[in-house]
Design a protein around this ligand. Structure first.
Ligand SMILES: Cc1cc2nc3c(=O)[nH]c(=O)nc-3n(C[C@H](O)[C@H](O)[C@H](O)COP(=O)(O)OP(=O)(O)OC[C@H]3O[C@@H](n4cnc5c(N)ncnc54)[C@H](O)[C@@H]3O)c2cc1C
Ligand code: HEM
Length: 402
């Protein structure tokens, strides 16, 4: 996009048009599909990042927090565009943002890419609600923000974009015979949801390998630490389990998981069943912890069946301190239908979240369906690293060729 409006004047009509149009987008337009997109704002956020990374692939590594959390910052940006003339301290706010963005590595050219991606996204998610007038209102407002930021963009030295950030292990506790809990510190305030995982670069003696690990802590604003639990299965996990305090790891970004967004809990199903095998309990541990944190608003009923070949790991059976009548966690040596039905006689009405080795998942989901469960109510939390590693490799490749 050329930021072609050189003297952008945002009128009351522009603001009203953006305000009304955005309200329609947030309610869901004719092109929004609930099954596919989940919520209108997720549809918007996913489309925006897919479009931006197509236009400016080198910008991928800058966005380290969960896409869905960033999506909310993005909706905040549209809200600013709708009220830019009325907002207090708009110049100061924009210029502070520009300084922050220079630290992330944003260039002048990135502002064009973001503007283009924003307009293309708005057009896609609007369907029949898009028009030349609405485009012009958004463009004018974006250009105004850009020109307010421009002096700072031009004068602030920007940090080069790094493919990954250095982090280090600050704490380590044994959870079981070959399972540890690690606290990792890095100089970046990551934002994430329960169920999200982190893509780590593990510096093996033979060279770095990348693996995902579920974040088992809950996000707290401003904090730049996170916790993961690791079972020594293969090379990378064995390295992490044996690593000494202060050992360095590289942190890429958050992989959004099953979107347990506790801040928009109305989209979370009410009758939940989590079935896991071994360390695959980690995402469900974090999700139950997240649900407990909002238990006064969330009226759901949570059941978890944790299967362990060896002794159960006590840590995972206590995702929270205190009582919660609507949550039942049991352990078993292996998955059986009787065990699952004892825990949840209403199995057929439940949303099943399952994680573990392929055969385990296949058997348990088959029984769930035989017991009357709906296939559409099954979410498999996959431990397959391939898509995440491919994404990181292609972003790095793009940076090299830019
Ligand atoms: C989204 C996501 C979240 C993850 N979260 C965690 C986590 O919180 N804690 C954790 O320890 N691991 C987690 N993993 C798995 C982790 O990324 C590693 O793949 C795994 O620990 C083994 O990596 P490795 O290099 O040690 O061995 P690899 O050489 O990569 O793997 C060795 C073998 O073990 C298999 N394998 C990997 N994980 C499992 C499993 N759970 N059950 C059975 N077989 C498995 C692999 O397919 C491979 O055949 C997660 C993976 C993904 C994609
Ligand atoms: C008018 C233009 C823009 C506005 C108003 C804007 C606004 C914002 C806001 C409000 C946040 C959230 C800050 C927070 O939560 O603390 C944010 C985060 C961010 N923005 Fe922008 N932004 C703009 C352009 C850009 C551009 C051009 C880039 C570069 C491609 C960019 C990259 C980022 C990144 C990387 C983050 C942090 C993401 C993370 O947490 O991982 N933004 N932006």
């Amino acid at each position: 996009m050329d930021l072609e409006i050189k003297r952008p004047i945002v009128t009351k009509d522009h603001e009203a048009m953006i305000h009304n149009h955005w309200a329609i987008v947030c309610r869901g337009t004719a092109v929004f599909q609930k099954e596919k997109h989940l919520t209108p704002t997720k549809f918007f956020a996913k489309t925006f990042y897919a479009t931006l990374f197509k236009i400016a692939p080198g910008s991928r590594p800058m966005f380290r927090s969960s896409m869905t959390v960033q999506g909310k910052a993005l909706t905040g940006l549209v809200a600013v565009m709708a009220t830019v003339m009325k907002a207090d301290n708009v110049v100061e706010t924009c210029q502070d943002l520009a300084r922050m963005h220079a630290r992330f590595g944003a260039t002048k050219a990135h502002y064009s890419s973001v503007g283009t991606a924003l307009l293309e996204t708005l057009e896609i998610v609007s369907g029949p609600e898009w028009s030349a007038e609405i485009r012009s209102a958004y463009l004018t407002s974006y250009c105004l923000l850009y020109y307010l930021m421009l002096p700072v963009i031009l004068e602030t030295p920007r940090r080069p974009i790094q493919t990954s950030l250095p982090g280090h292990i600050a704490r380590k506790d044994a959870l079981g015979a070959n399972t540890v809990r690690l606290l990792i510190v890095l100089d970046f305030p990551l934002r994430y949801h329960p169920g999200d995982s982190i893509l780590l670069g593990v510096p093996l003696p033979t060279g770095e390998v990348r693996r995902s690990y579920v974040i088992t802590s809950l996000h707290s604003p401003g904090a730049s630490t996170f916790e993961i639990c690791v079972q020594a299965i293969g090379e990378a996990s064995k390295w992490l389990c044996a690593a000494s305090l202060d050992a360095a790891v590289n942190v890429y970004w958050i992989n959004p998981g099953v979107h347990f967004e506790t801040d928009t809990f109305t989209s979370i199903p009410h009758r939940l069943l989590f079935i896991s095998h071994g360390i695959s309990v980690a995402p469900f541990f974090a999700m139950i912890k997240g649900l407990y944190a909002i238990k006064s608003q969330y009226e759901g009923d949570v059941a978890a069946l944790q299967c362990y070949e060896g002794p159960p790991i006590a840590y995972f059976q206590r995702p929270f301190e205190g009582d919660w009548a609507n949550c039942h966690i049991v352990t078993a040596a292996k998955f059986t239908v009787t065990g699952a039905l004892d825990l949840t006689p209403d199995l057929a009405q439940r949303h099943l979240y399952i994680s573990g080795p392929v055969e385990f998942v296949q058997e348990a989901t088959r029984h769930f369906i035989e017991a009357g469960g709906a296939e559409s109510n099954i979410v498999v939390y996959s431990f397959d690293n391939t898509p995440f590693i491919e994404e990181a490799a292609s972003a790095q490749q793009m940076m090299i060729t830019l």
